[in-house]
Write a protein that binds this ligand. Sequence first.
Ligand code: COA
Length: 403
Amino acid sequence: MGIRKDESAEPRTGTGLYAHVVGWGMAVPDIVITNQDLEAIVETNDEWIRTRTGIRERRIAGERESTSSLGLKAARRALEVANMLPTDIDLIIVATSTPENVFPSAACLIQNGLGATRAGAFDLSAACSGFVYGVEMASQAIRSGSIRAAVVIGAETMTRILNWQDRGTCILFGDGAGAIVLRASEAEGGVLSAVLRSDGSGGDLLGLPAVGSIDLLNSDYVNDEHTLNKMHMNGGEVFKFATRVITESIHQALEKANLSIEDLSLIVPHQANMRIIQAAARALKIAPEMFMSNLERYGNTSAASIPIALCEAVQEGRIKPDDNIAFVGFGGGLTWAAMILRWGDPRPVDRRSEALINQGRREFSYFLVRIRASLRRFSRRISKLFGRSNRIQRLRDKADRLD
Ligand code: COA
């Protein structure tokens, strides 16, 4: 079991640094939509959805929830588990297909909500593979010595981009967020290998036409089937693609890490469809129980599904220190990605008092964020008021001149 030090197929970075997962957190909305609830919206039924997908219910964001508000909650929980401060973070990556804005990014909104004043922040677009892409980007930045710590978040409000008349897609997706904290250490472990792949020729199989990149009025891309800001999918083709790339990319990532499938304790896959997971298990010749699955309760939460499943796997005690685990994602683009990690926080166990002090400092940072936001709102109101009185003064001046 485990990595033989000198045989690692991952290129050596020269820094001797590894990127370890030291914190994790998730956030899902409280509102639950069951399959039965969907029967009132489209012509479908619980039995069809369960047998074809494995999904029973999903969460849907409330009016006051958004991609970044869910992502922020998940990130704060991950920092708490990591026992780190927002100012310890050098980089925030948010994998999402449903940001509130093209800019400012969801990552910048979360950076502000954390008070992570020393962090760079950006959104990453690789659909349902985005979280694995993000972890690899952050891990490489850590291994190169460019940064010490990063928060990687997968956050989505998929239900806001669904076509609620299309029963082939609207039954599949849900909202939520998950986050991890990655931290540099000289102890061997953490992210061991990754394989990132794409095939843009399959871009039409799964898409979300958005404003900006093409002349929408003259484009064939937006037509009767492809509506602006609504997701479309060719379910059958995506199904075949998914089962193929899960197997292929896990084998490739294992090879890069000099491990074999027997060395893995758990695979945390993108949660799209139970039948995809079962088909991948058959192809890999492993028991379906080797795959973590919670899609029954959340549906497909796109980039958020792997970190949410990871959090629940840890909570359920399915991942222990020194376990080798795999992430595998696939989705629009087309994109896919697999990653092998050695689980475990290399830091010595923190003393209780330090954890309490850090808790207080985090709370203070979040308090400052709120104060800063209120002050900004207040100063905007004041300047508006002054702006108005300036305008009134200018009108008066004009009137005076007319006299
Ligand atoms: N409820 C009831 N019937 C439905 C339905 C629904 N929600 N959606 C489709 N149907 C019907 C179809 O109209 C079709 O009826 P017909 O035979 O009378 O024409 C029948 O069910 C079979 O449809 P089909 O699309 O062949 O079903 P399927 O077994 O391929 O399952 C998916 C459809 C979407 C569940 C499946 O293709 C899938 O999960 N694909 C992968 C999607 C995915 O994971 N995407 C995200 C990747 S990141």
